[in-house]
Each structure stands twice: as C-alpha cells, then as structure tokens.
Design a protein around this ligand. Structure first.
Ligand code: UT7
Length: 325
C-alpha cells in the first residue's frame, strides 16, 4: 500500500565570510588554541558581518537548497525556520525569508527549540506534508549566536558561531516498503527542569533586553550522550533499523567529544560520522543542515543512503530523525 512521505529534494548552506580563529579569541579572553581544540575540537567559527541578520543567512541557505533541488521558490508553500536568534521579537524571521523569496501563499513561521530546533522543524514540516496540508517545505536552521554571546565569558564565547542551512522537502507517494525514500521517523523530547543549565538571561517579557547566553557546560555535557543515545534508540525501535544500517550519522555539532562519545556508545563507525564542528563551532539550529550541506556537496550522502540525525540543547530539548535520502 502506497504511503505519502516527505522526500529530501535539496540541501544548502551559508556561512558568513568572516572567520574567527582560536588564536584571535586567545587575544581577547584568557584561553588558548590548545584548550579549545582539546576540549571541543573547534578550530575556527564564522561571525556574521554588522547588519547581516539571521534572515539574511537563512535566505542564502534557502536559495542554495532550492538551487540544489532544481526548484523555484514558487513550489514552496511552507517555511519552518528554526532559530533562537530571530531578527526581531516579531514578526517571525521566516516571513522575511518568505517575502524575499517572493512567496505569497502558504505559511511561514519560526520554531524555537535551541540546538534541537532543526530536528523539531523537520518533524513539524514532515507532519504537515504527510497530512496533505502543504506540498513543499523549506526547513531552515539559521542563527547569529555571536549577537547573544558574552564576549568576556571564556566558558561560552569560544564555543559558538553563526551560519545557516536549509533543506527542501516535498510530499510524494512511496511504495510503503523498506526501501521507501523520505523522512522515516522523528522523535522529539524536552525536560524543562533543566532549563537553567543553558539559557539566555534576557527576553521581551522578563528583562526587556536581548540578554546573553549562560551555560553550565559541564552539566550539559554530563547529560548529552545519554539523552542523544536514548532518542536515537527510539528511532531504531520505531523502524527496525540499527547502527549497522546507518550510512551517515549527522549529529548536532556542539563538541567533538560529545559527537565521538555518542557514535561510540551507539556502535556507529567513526568513518560514518559527518563532522563540521572544527570549522563551524556550534551554530545551534543551523549545525545539522550545514553538516548535511557539506556531506551532500562532496557527494558523501547519496540518494538511497540512510541518514541519522540527532540533536541536544537548551531546555533541555533533544531529538532524532531517520531519513532515507
Ligand atoms: O549545543 C548544545 C549545548 N552545548 C553543549 O553541548 C556544550 C556542552 N559542554 C561542553 O562542551 C563542555 O562542558 C565545555 C567545552 C563547555 C567545557 O569542557 P569541560 O571539559 O567540561 O571543562 P570544564 O567546564 O570542566 O572546565 C575545565 C576548566 C575550568 O577550570 P578549573 O575550574 O578546572 O580551574 C574552566 O575554568 O577549564 C576552564 N575553562 C577554560 N580554560 C581555557 C573554561 N573555559 C575555558 C576556556 N579556555 N575557553
């Protein structure tokens, strides 16, 4: 029996031109290239130019994804933008992207689940496509975390970067077999008891300011691998696939030690792991689609491959998705 699924038609990424190296950071705060590389695997990150906003980054990634899909913006009737650093409190930065793409039909909205935002956005768009509400979706992760960092706090400012990634999803009938392409399963979790472990100390309804990112890094680290492997096991249980079936593991890019620890605990071979954290740092909701764009551009990920996504971040939120490319 045929089944409607959300098929990936294209992927694109965008990084601001400005590179900030660990050496440059070491000239501003009490840190070193050696400490940052050893503890995180990060060598450099990108920083948005003055006046370059989250929607600018997201728009560039969306255009790249549409070009990769060989589709025009007219085909898109849903935009889900995952971001914690919108241009303004409202309207949603997604409608800015919608307008700049010249789209006047369908719906566009922002979704906020911090570093898990892209997988939450993917799951949301997938449900709308499978239900038949919309036909073609852009799921974008875009962030300008440089704007919410405390540049005097060495425990956080060395970790994050700016960027955007996007995928085009299109609803299509599949045979309803094990070889079906598309989003096969998604699993979303959150537990607000941990909300003070990673947060921004401002907001429109509390301080009336934007605020700065605050994190108990060790506490986040302590929970990360367990939460990630747990929600990936959910994806395996739901589909009957296991670690040996995975062609590519594309995790959220926060810390090389978390990525390696999760892959090891899940039994996924190191050569199947897509890692960009060395060049991008942690770009929050943008990190997974940026890593996907990287691995599609150099043709590591090909049609038919089984691709596993996972993320964990502020909230805490955590999530997984399994996609047949
Ligand atoms: O996107 C999802 C959310 N974020 C994450 O997943 C991040 C999770 N956490 C981490 O990645 C790690 O906990 C960090 C990279 C943030 C920190 O690594 P760690 O191995 O957990 O280090 P730590 O926090 O235990 O700090 C060790 C030492 C401390 O000094 P003392 O107290 O041992 O004397 C820190 O003050 O390193 C010090 N330190 C630094 N030293 C040089 C903290 N930041 C820096 C720095 N440069 N930038």
């Amino acid at each position: 029996m045929s089944i409607r699924r959300s098929i990936v038609r294209g992927v694109g990424g965008y990084l601001p031109a400005r590179v900030m190296t660990n050496q440059e950071l070491a000239s501003k705060v009490d840190t070193s290239d050696e400490w940052i590389v050893q503890r995180t695997g990060i060598h450099e990150r990108r920083i948005a130019a003055a006046g370059e906003t989250t929607s600018d980054l997201g728009l560039a990634a969306a255009r790249a994804a549409l070009a990769d899909a060989g589709m025009s913006a007219d085909a898109v009737d849903l935009i889900v933008l995952a971001t914690s650093t919108p241009d303004q409190t409202f309207p949603a930065s997604a409608v800015t992207i919608q307008a700049k793409l010249g789209i006047t039909r369908g719906a566009a909205f922002d979704l906020q689940a911090v570093c898990s935002g892209f997988v939450f956005g993917l799951a949301t768009a997938d449900r709308f496509l499978v239900a038949g509400d919309f036909k073609c979706a852009l799921v974008i992760g875009a962030e300008t975390f440089s704007r919410i960092l405390d540049w005097n706090d060495r425990s956080t400012c060395v970790l994050f970067g700016d960027g955007a990634g996007a995928i085009v999803l299109e609803a299509a009938e599949q045979p309803g077999q094990r070889t079906d392409r598309g989003v096969l399963t998604t699993h979303l979790r959150s537990d607000g008891r941990y909300r003070s472990k990673l947060y921004v100390d401002g907001g429109p309804s509390s301080t009336g300011t934007i605020g700065h990112l605050r994190m108990e890094g060790r506490e986040v680290f302590r929970h990360a691998v367990g939460m990630i492997t747990d929600v990936v096991e959910d994806a395996f249980k739901a589909t009957g696939y296991g670690a040996k079936d995975i062609d590519w593991f594309v995790p959220h890019q926060a810390n090389k030690r978390i990525i390696d620890g999760s892959a090891h605990k899940l039994g996924i071979a190191p050569e199947k792991v897509v890692s960009t954290v060395d060049r991008h740092g942690n770009t929050s909701a943008a990190s997974i689609p940026l890593a996907l764009a990287d691995a599609c551009a150099d043709r590591r990920i090909k049609p038919g491959h089984l691709v596993l996504l996972e993320a964990m971040g502020g909230g805490f939120t955590w999530a997984s998705a399994l996609i047949r490319w």
